[in-house]
Design a binder for this molecule. Sequence first.
Ligand code: COA
Length: 235
Amino acid sequence: MSTYNFIKVQEDEGILIVTIDRPKALNALNKGVFDELERCFTTDIRTSQHHGVVITGSGEKAFVAGADIKEFLDLDRKTARELSRRGQKVFAHIEQCPIPVVAAINGFALGGGCELAMACHMRIAGSKAKFGQPEVNLGIIPGYGGTHRLAQLVGSSKALELLLTGDMIDAQEAFRLGLVNLLCDQGEEVITAIALLKKIAQKAPLAIAEIIKLSSREGQNLTPYEAEAAAFGRL
Ligand code: COA
């Protein structure tokens, strides 16, 4: 396993637990976090050895409070566009991971934090979790896939409301909207995510990988129905 400075990676019975580890900055996503998440998802996750991945945040207050705003200050049009593309690419590695990835949301999931949670295949929220896309308050927009993934999860009308108001919602509301799969007590997020992944690990691994691939629409050259039939044939 690689050595990391901004994330922690632990293994528990074939499940990798990836913790964004910048609690003093409420786990804000800086360049270092993106580099290390990319390395983790492209090299450390071995689909032959691991059943699933949990992503969570360090400390009790935040899952991830957003992209690191301090890194936005010197951006110009070109470098900001590159930063957005880079974030989208790293989150695509997570979405296209062939084993299930569950976000264990233990506090604020704002901006890039909400986008990170949405790039995971499923989401578990503790009772103190809070969600939102507050970028509009800063005169910007989500840049890591959030404008699309939020609409896919909660519908375009509600997504527009959340994106245009920048309002924060609590765990109950996120569950009601379908943004979150399961609710749990504060502090039980990781254990609940592991239980879900262990249940899935009892199923056929090739079928799981095909379902994930179809849901992320990876390799979009076929229609969804053609892709489904091809995967059905393979299995
Ligand atoms: N980027 C960089 N640093 C951040 C951050 C972010 N997105 N969010 C929080 N931090 C840092 C703060 O600067 C502060 O650091 P400091 O102690 O060195 O000043 C520390 O985390 C604690 O944050 P603080 O604002 O003091 O905590 P709070 O409990 O008063 O408020 C939030 C919590 C989440 C409501 C508030 O931090 C916030 O609104 N963060 C920005 C959310 C956001 O806009 N995200 C989208 C970014 S595009």
